[in-house]
Every structure is written in C-alpha cells, then in structure tokens.
Design a protein around this ligand. Sequence first.
Ligand SMILES: [Zn+2]
Length: 348
Amino acid sequence: MPSQKRRLAQQQNGNQKVAKQNCSITSFFNKDSTRTDETTSVETNITSNQDVVAQPITPSKPKNSKHKTGFDAAWLTAFTWLLVVKEPDSSGNNTDVMYCKLCKKHRTYGYNGSKTWVDIGYRCLRRDKIKEHQDSDQHKDALKQEVNHTVSDMTAKIATTAQKSIRDALKVLYFLISHNLPLDMFSSFIDLCIELGATNLGNLRLAKCASYSSWDIVQELLDILSSEVTTTVISDMQKSPSYSVMVDEVSDNRTIKHLAICARYINPAGEIQNSLITDVELQNATAETLTKTISTELTNHQLNLQDMTGFASDGAAVFLGKKTGVATRLKTSIHLLSLYTAEIIDLP
Ligand SMILES: [Zn+2]
C-alpha cells in the first residue's frame, strides 16, 4: 500500500536524521581532548555504533582510538619521575611497563592499597594515564615527602657549612687573643686566610656578608665564647663545697667605674681554680653599692651566698673598713659570721 510505504519511508528518514544528529553531537564532544575516561565510557554507550576503545591495555594503536598508546620517549622528559622497564606480560612477551620513581622511593600506595606504580608496573602506556597518576593523592603524598627530605638535607648541609666557617673564624680569633694582637685585625686575617686557600672562611662572606667579617662578628664570637666559659665556671662553682670572692674596683678610660669579681673554688677534678666571674659597670663606688652589686651578681649566677667562705680585695677602706666596709656589710647582711677576709697580697 502506497500510504504504508510512504509512512515506512518517512519513519526511516526520521531515524536517519536522529542518528545523524547523534553522530554530530558525539563528534562535537569527541573533539574535546581533555575529557575523562568516564565521559568516553558514557559516550560509548550512547553511540554504541562508534568504534571507541576506552581502555586499551596493550601498547598498540587500535584503529580509531582517541588516545595514542605505546611508549613515547618524550614522556621521560616531561615526567621526570617516570621509570619505564620491560617486563613479561601474561603471554610471556616483554613489554614496556611504567613505574613512579617517587612513589617507589617513599612507598606511597593508592588509597585502596593498590601497589600499581610502586611494586606493580602500570601497563597502559598512555600519556593521559601518566598525567592522571601525577595528579593523584598517592603521587602528591610522595612528592611532599620528597620535598621534606630535600629541605632537611639542605638545612643539614647549610648548618654544617656554617659550623665549619664559624669554627675557623673562632680559631682566627683565638690566635689574635692568644698572641695579644688587636681584635680589629680580625677582618684582615680572615682575608689573608681566604687568599691563602682557606675554603670554609669564604662562606662567611657568602650571604652579603660584609657583617660576617667585620667588627660585628668579633663581638658576637666573643659573646658566645664568654657565655660558654661563664656557664662552665658557674657550673663548677656550684659543685664546689665553698668558694672565695676576690674583687677590685677600677675606672676605665671613659672614667666609668667597674667592679671585677673573681672567684677561687674547687673544680670537679679536686683542684683549686681561680676564674673571672664578671666585670660590671658601677653607678658609684660606695660600700653600699659595691656590697649590693656583689650579692646581686652572685645570686644572678645561681650561686649560694652562704657558700662564700672568703673575701679578698686590695686594702681600700671601702672594702675592708671594719665598721662599714664591704666585707663587714657582707658578714652582717648575709650572716656570714665565719667569712674570712684578707687583702689580696695576703691571700692564702
Ligand atoms: Zn608517583
């Protein structure tokens, strides 16, 4: 019947139009090279008449595949963590498989415990799969660990280099002090050592370092040495059953008064030892100020005032005056009834 034939023809026409439309829509999406495999899979279902291979697992190039497969040497440059080795597949043929050097090194596995890329080679030789691994949490975790390791290695290296240069600078400073040479020669000595091939000292000048070869570092090094020596002396004094104090008051070339406090004590080796404890500036040189300064300095160093059994100074009345001298004040204020006092020249 002509009318039925016409209807059939119209229906076929309609179907062809829909199929053509589907084709063009799919073609449009297929142009997008950034789509995911999930998208590919959905599209494959919609246009099942199209020959799309979503998950190629062999390093061949299937016809009409939207992904290039097979190993490309350029990937090694693009992904420096990539490691490609030949391993036998299920058929016993040697094929390329991919590993991640970083995930292997830090033993980072996938969330589901997957050992792919670490212990099991990845066989799908596709660039997008490599990129996928690079963006995965597994790989980011490995990268984070790698960065931490690198930073700690660098820090250790810097610390060692810095320590060597400071150690050598201390040697130069010690040389100047032990030969009674002026400390402002420090910079010239450093320059001379570097010129003669001292490698470590060159690092003092690396970080804009004018300050590290100048007077600043001399003061800094002296402070460090002083602090170290003081800590040892005080520690030994604290262990001594008793100690004596020797003091002297002087004025410097700026006419500022100073009080030098020295101590005699028994060191841990059982020997008598004399050491300088401190040198402090004074507001004035009255007996009251001197007594207070001595007490404060000893207390600040965590020394027990009751362990002081001897006091010595020059014969100045301010120190040894019987009524209001420093020795008398110490005896009464700290209740050191057995404090032995003596002039420096008579010190036993
Ligand atoms: Zn990785």
